[in-house]
Design a binder for this molecule. Sequence first.
Ligand code: ADP
Ligand code: MG
Length: 300
Amino acid sequence: MPFREFDFIQSLPTESHVMLQKGIGDDAAVFGEKDRWLISTDTLVKDVHFNANDDPVLIGRKLAAVNISDMAAMGAEPLFFLFNAQVNKKLSEEWWNKLVEGLLKHLEQFQVKLIGGDTVVSSDESLTLTGTVLGKCFCESPVYRSGAKPGDLICVTGHGLGGSYPDRHLQFEPRVEWSRAICERLKPTAMIDISDGLLQDLGHILDSSSVGARLQLWKIPIAEHIRELDGALERALSDGEDFELLFTIAPEQKNNLPESVVVQIIGEVDDQAGKLVAARHSEDDFIDIERGGYSHDIAE
Ligand code: ADP
Ligand code: MG
């Protein structure tokens, strides 16, 4: 059997400790007794998450951004950062310095302090970059994936999803300030950042919350540069690395959505646990959706 990431994560033990509020299973782990701290880690691999000929400044920027985005997803402010680099002897110093410059500049933009890490040199030509970010929540408690309730509205931030390759995945803006505004104004019931695609990440909220959802497909924001292309809606639903926030709110909070946040309500949570249904053109024209995402049936 081939390796399956989600099966592996599911197989890991569930730990408990008086200091541990949340272990595996969310965008970050949460620990501390009175003071709640959050920690999360993300890795970028050459030829998977970036290419050798990408601008090194943007690769460094992306390492900061993907990690910072997981703090935003929890309703937390990123504060400290660890940087682990597995480099190789073929790297030019100039290229590497630019990558580090991009990383540090983006950390500084979010006032995140680099406090440690590790550097190793590998014998092959691989290049693997890992960031670990620590933060504290904006409000009393973090926002987990598990709090969505039937009747809640499903919201997504940003100007449009899909088509983040080949350019936007290196330059996206982690939604830290939007997360702060959302948490302060709205008390979101569940939240995640869209790293694996809208349907996949909505699936994580549904599974964690034991609820289902009904999407209104005409409300899904589609990135402008792919809007006129074939399969644009499928891409908005399935493409990864948009890093927008996907969150749920109680319906009575509909009119409190902060003006500073670009956000669209795209559907509703229901009690059909694990089931995802999409209304295509109107409420009585709906289909079941494969949660993994991509399907040509959707737009018909
Ligand atoms: P995200 O996309 O938000 O970074 P992931 O899908 O990578 O989240 O991870 C989901 C959950 O599984 C997280 O809680 C993460 O900490 C945990 N996880 C992933 N890989 C491992 C691992 N190798 N060991 C322990 N926990 C892991
Ligand atoms: Mg995440």
